[in-house]
Design a protein around this ligand. Structure first.
Ligand code: C5P
Length: 230
């Protein structure tokens, strides 16, 4: 029998800091990283490129694409992970607000989620995996010994996204961003398959008043405590 690959799952709503925390955690531990949201975003971009604006009416086509889409994650010269679709670096394109909205509609289609399941599990490799998303602890990696549900107030999450987009030189309206985040979260929480919610054995961390370093330290200390007890 081979030893199981260690996994830490980090789920939570958009803007909770999951992406940054998962990335830094993976770097600190020297583990692999699965940004599962990027998979839904890549699929949304592929749908948009095919002229699909109403994903609900293209379920079978999208389910097929979920399995066959030529996706790659490659580090750039500074070591930052970049998302490639069909041989093109689309890291910037998949972060556009329009794609965020389309991704959450694509993600509500059960056949799409089934299509992406094996792809996501394929990221599980030694020495370990940090998996970031909405259903990492509840559906994709139910066996994970450490499951984190990261949250923050809606106002704080909108503020963080605003700063992120501003730093990239994009013109953004904070009130609109807040509405978009709320709408996306409502859809993610209320969908029938894999709704956003903490796993029964998840540890909930509210990061509203916490720095990135503080959240990271807390997760690392939970990880080391658990590691010692195994
Ligand atoms: O995490 P990110 O904001 O990049 O995810 C984009 C969208 O993809 C989310 O709003 C959600 O609808 C969907 N998603 C999901 N399950 C995941 C990760 C993301 O449904 N595990």
């Amino acid at each position: 029998m081979t030893a199981p690959v260690p996994i830490i799952t980090i789920d939570g709503p958009s803007g909770s800091g999951k992406g940054t925390i998962a990335d830094q955690l993976a770097q600190t531990l020297g583990w692999h990283l699965l940004d599962s949201g990027a998979l839904y975003r890549l699929l949304a971009l592929a749908a948009q490129q095919r002229g699909i604006t109403e994903p609900e009416q293209h379920r079978a086509e999208l389910a097929k694409l979920a399995v066959s889409l030529p996706i790659e994650f490659r580090p750039d010269s500074s070591g930052n992970s970049k998302a490639w679709l069909d041989g093109v670096d689309v890291s910037g394109a998949i972060r556009q607000p329009q794609i965020s909205g389309l991704a959450s509609r694509v993600a509500a289609i059960p056949e799409v989620r089934t299509g992406l399941l094996q792809r996501q599990r394929g990221f599980l490799r030694l020495p370990g995996l940090v998996a970031d998303g909405r259903d990492m602890g509840t559906v994709v990696f139910t066996e994970a010994p450490l499951k984190i549900f990261l949250t923050a107030s809606a106002e704080e999450r909108a503020k963080r996204r605003y700063k992120q987009l501003k730093a990239k030189g994009e013109s953004v309206n904070i009130a609109r961003l807040y509405r978009e985040i709320e709408e996306r979260d409502r859809r993610d929480r209320n969908r029938k398959v894999a709704p956003l919610r903490p796993a029964a054995n998840a540890i909930v961390i509210d990061s509203t008043e916490m720095s990135i370093q503080k959240v990271l330290d807390e997760i690392l200390s939970l990880h080391y405590k658990l590691d010692l007890s195994l």
